[in-house]
Design a protein around this ligand. Structure first.
Ligand SMILES: [Mg+2]
Length: 379
């Protein structure tokens, strides 16, 4: 099997509901999708995403630099192809735009491997279980308490027994009021995690957590800027609530450093941000060797496969507003049943974008220039 051609596109897809956190507000996500075609008539689909900035940079890197490195090659040599893409891009940055773009090609390669071997991805990667449980995740700091509680009730009705909500009001007692309202709604047995979206420094978040932990918090996510590892160490030492990080960490080397520094209790890698499935699996194995649970960020439909292959994936993120299924852009939606999902049994990952629907959201240079979006609310 050889890769002989490709197509790609940049799409800006509206969220099914607007998002607000302590530091940003979003109403859409960008997806860059790549289709790799082989001499055997197969098509492998890969994609990556941005929260509003960078999609055209990912697409240019994919079209002009990464896909040319895999054309004429056999997808079953995916490890060599991943190393080639990463090492040859390393001088422009070992992570970030580089790994976002590599992810799209890597996911398409794995899709082709599954098709070539006639096996679904979760079985190729280990076949550990047939379903993986999840948690309900809301980007909901902008919601009033009534709407917040309605969203949480929606999570409970899907069968989730862990939910995550945003914190980050200037007045800590406002956060406490929201948290206690949610605790009253869900009772003592449902886990409540909180996400601060990197708003504070370590001293400030510890002071706040002393007040907020009256609600018995399951994990504290991204309390401070993700570049400050020793700050997270300090939070972890001073604060009784477990610390979760990872959606802003991009390579196995970076995760290894965090683990060596004892700076986190859970890791939350994003399969698109770390360079795809090849790197994600290494990060999960690294965490497994340190007995650290993995709770992946975003990407529910693909995480269905990874979560059913890798034993230390504790939960997927059931992110309200932005699943491929919820956005209606794939032909076979992934359904949450009793708080869990199962991957497709089709060869590869079995995730097919509905071309007719995504075409509505295609972005070109003119649209990008005319539809600039601002996401940060704090600068
Ligand atoms: Mg987060």
């Amino acid at each position: 099997m050889k890769i002989i051609d490709f197509e790609s596109g940049l799409y800006r897809v509206p969220l099914t509901e607007n998002w607000g956190s302590s530091t940003y507000a979003f109403s859409s996500l960008e997806f860059v999708i790549v289709w790799l075609k082989t001499d055997t008539g197969h098509t492998g689909t890969g994609w990556t995403f941005s929260t509003g900035n960078g999609g055209s940079a990912f697409k240019n890197l994919i079209d002009h630099y990464l896909v040319p490195k895999v054309l004429g090659e056999d997808p079953l040599e995916n490890e060599r192809l991943w190393q080639r893409m990463w090492l040859e891009s390393h001088d422009i940055g070992s992570a970030g735009v580089t790994t976002h773009a590599i992810a799209a090609v890597d996911i398409a390669l794995w899709d082709l491997i599954g098709q070539a071997l006639n096996q679904p991805l979760y079985r190729l990667l280990g076949g550990y279980r047939r379903s993986v449980k999840g948690y309900g995740s809301g980007v909901n700091l902008h919601l009033g308490i009534e709407d917040l509680l309605a969203q949480i009730e929606g999570f409970l009705s899907l069968g989730y027994r862990t939910i995550k909500m945003k914190i980050g009001k200037e007045d800590v007692y406002e956060d406490l009021q929201r948290l206690m309202a949610v605790r009253e709604l869900v009772g003592p047995r449902v886990n409540i995690a909180v996400d601060a979206n990197k708003k504070w420094h370590s001293g400030e978040i510890c002071r706040r957590m002393d007040i907020l932990n009256q609600a018995n918090i399951y994990w504290l996510e991204e309390p401070i800027i993700s570049d400050d590892i020793s700050g997270h160490q300090s939070v972890r030492q001073k604060c009784v609530v477990p610390v979760a990080v990872g959606e802003s960490i991009y390579t196995k080397h970076q995760f290894a450093h965090w683990i060596k520094m004892d700076a986190c209790d859970y890791i939350q890698p994003d399969v698109h941000r770390v360079g795809g499935i090849t790197e994600f699996v290494k990060i999960a194995r690294l965490a497994e060797s340190h007995n650290i649970p993995v709770i992946p960020h975003f990407g529910m439909e693909l995480i269905a496969h990874l979560g059913c292959a890798l034993p230390n994936i504790e939960m997927f993120e059931g992110l309200k507003g932005a699943g491929l299924s919820e956005m209606g852009i794939i032909s076979e939606p992934c359904l949450v049943v009793n708080g869990a999902i199962s991957p497709s049994d089709r060869p590869g990952h079995g995730i097919t974008f509905d071309r007719r629907i995504i075409q509505r959201y295609v972005m070109d240079d003119i649209r990008l220039r005319n539809q600039q979006i601002t996401t940060r609310t704090d600068v």
